[in-house]
Design a protein around this ligand. Structure first.
Ligand code: NDP
Length: 240
């Protein structure tokens, strides 16, 4: 089967650059959006040039220029967006509504993977503010995709290891970011994932807080002092 051509939006981001690498490694013709707005942000420019040197095509396109978005998505079969979505850093999830409009107008895209890559937002209706904005906005984008009749795959990647593993802070499913990118790319031509959510939860990556602490203890060859709190105390800490 011929491999799909892929457009990556947000390819210079934390996850995006890994998606570009995985797409090239898996042998997809890979297009990466270059936004004129980044000007001479030299690290981004150099990153884009390094993608080009590795075989990617750079496509000039802006969220402020609908025509440029339509032209970009017309080049490919699959669009993957990895635009920012962390409320304490940069959060641009709703900009994707413009991309949804462009994909709808272009009419050629066989699959769209919006910027998700976290906890499944459809299961987060009880999440607390301010973090819940990420889930709420991702649900707005899902609704727009489905109303536009665009074929999709949502990738639920659980917790990025780089973000969460060092904090020792919670029980979680930790997934290496390069693995997330590889699984994502492997899903795009797989009919089983069409119009579905793909959950990444490798059994050995599902760790309790104690298990994470034990791993660190092994690494630093030291036993750590541990004390427990009740769930009531834990919730009380979070108030305010
Ligand atoms: P980044 O913060 O690294 O940003 C990704 C891209 O967003 C950038 O490359 C940038 O593109 C683009 N961007 C930012 N602002 C704008 C703008 N105003 N207009 C257009 N593009 C913009 O993203 P992450 O890799 O951290 O996040 C990607 C996804 O992963 C998000 O959905 C996020 O919620 C999720 N995530 C999941 C985590 C988990 O633990 N599961 C942890 C962190 C994120 P450009 O270079 O063109 O400016």
């Amino acid at each position: 089967m011929k491999k799909s051509k892929v457009l990556i939006v947000g390819g210079t981001g934390y996850l995006g650059k890994r998606l570009v690498k995985a797409s090239l490694t898996e042998g997809h013709e890979t297009y990466v959006v270059h936004r004129p707005e980044i000007g001479v942000e030299i690290e981004k420019v150099q990153m884009l040039l390094s993608f080009k040197a590795q075989g990617a095509h750079l496509v000039a396109s802006s969220f402020d220029d609908h025509r440029s978005l339509v032209d970009a998505v017309k080049l490919v079969d699959v669009v993957i967006c990895a635009i920012s979505g962390v409320h304490i850093r940069s959060h641009q999830i709703l900009l994707q509504l413009k991309l949804v409009n462009a994909i709808k107008e272009a009419g050629n895209v066989k699959r769209f993977l919006p910027s998700e890559f976290g906890t499944d937002p459809s299961r987060m209706e009880n999440a607390m503010a301010p973090g819940r904005v990420t889930f709420d906005d991702k649900m707005v984008v899902r609704k727009a995709i489905q109303e536009a009749g665009i074929p999709f795959t949502y990738v639920s990647a659980n917790c990025f290891a780089g973000y969460f593993l060092g904090g020792l802070c919670q029980p979680a499913i930790y997934v290496d970011e390069a693995d997330i990118a590889t699984y994502t790319i492997k899903t795009i031509d797989d009919p089983r994932t069409l119009n579905k959510t793909l959950y990444l939860r490798p059994p050995q990556n599902i760790l309790s807080q104690r298990e994470v602490v034990q791993i660190w203890e092994k690494l630093i060859a030291k036993q750590l002092h541990k004390s427990s709190i009740s769930k009531e105390q834990f919730l009380a800490f979070m108030k305010g």
